[in-house]
Design a protein around this ligand. Sequence first.
Ligand code: AMP
Length: 394
Amino acid sequence: MTDVILVLNAGSSSIKFRAYYIEGGELGLGLHGQVEGLFSAPHFIAHDRHGEAAGEKRWGDGAKLSHEEGIQFISQFLTSHRGDNRLVAVGHRVVHGGEKFAKAVLATPDVVDELDKLTPLAPLHQPHNLKPIRIVAAMHPHLPQVACFDTAFHRSQTELAQAFALPESITARGVRRYGFHGLSYEYIAQALPNFSKRAAQGRTIVAHLGNGASLCAMHAGRSVASTMGFTAVDGLPMGTRCGSLDPGVILYLLEELKMTPQAIEDLIYKESGLLGVSGVSGDMRKLLASAAPRARFAIDLYTYRIGREIGSLAASLQGLDALVLTAGIGENSAEIRRRAAEQAAWLGIELDAAANEAGGPCISTPSSKVEVWTIPTDEELMIARHTRAVVDAL
Ligand code: AMP
């Protein structure tokens, strides 16, 4: 009998799942897939450990599945494919662990209630992350569940790096920089020794460039600074999020344009970034394929801002040994990697064009003062590792 850890990563309209076999010291990927389009056109798809299709179902346009129904469907699918495997724990991605949770924890009902209180800090993610924990607890009350946080990796940052220049009474309420994408950065930090001793032990900036995007400055694999702050809307422009914004703009939108807080939330989270600037799409592939001048401008702004933030984080590290690009755009787009590296050429970065086109992993020349790498991230495997560690310690 093989023990299995299930990882659930739930968003507003999708639930991704990955089953990992515990094979000696290793975690091996088994069945994995997702239900997406929960409230518009639900679609379930699953693959086995060899990447072969293992199941698919469409509910049709206009159909709706609740998160509960989605999880029940995944659960039934996994049960029918269980063989002689035994589910020993479920690990969840939880975007916000606040000041208190600096590492993954057993998600008891009390812990989940406490995490619920952080919903105002991540209104678009936290409730969807917590829902599956409660649903699974109702289905399997004795199955250990583990909450793994996107903020935890950044708790190593100094008080200085986490502070806003606000009065202490406001800071005391938890208004500070938290940083996100921590599971991705932690995975990269653990992978770096396999690629480069200098990048693993030195001063490294990791660029997580996906639908959400941020940079993390690491020293010897520990987070020193991040472009994301109090919420996951800060820092770089993203698919639909605006990134850093003069707070005066929010006041202008409220007072002069009479926008409601809800309309402003929609604007900065869902209608800005690559989508808002281009008016074409928030999807980088579509922008790269578009001839529209605004699509070009959106990409220009995106790479310009990456360059500025690399400069800021290099200053926080007082130098730079390596730059690592990861996530959907960082792993797959040679053009954006080239343009981001060009923005940081003044730091002594020299890209190897052929290696970049070939997909790396090392994409800098031997004479480059800074190493540049493109390394695939794996947040779900990081969740599975944390889940295993928490359960092993029970
Ligand atoms: P993620 O959130 O990590 O899945 O990343 C999603 C982003 O990666 C979207 O903007 C995609 O357009 C982008 N992406 C994925 N593959 C490519 C590619 N081959 N070239 C450019 N962008 C890509």
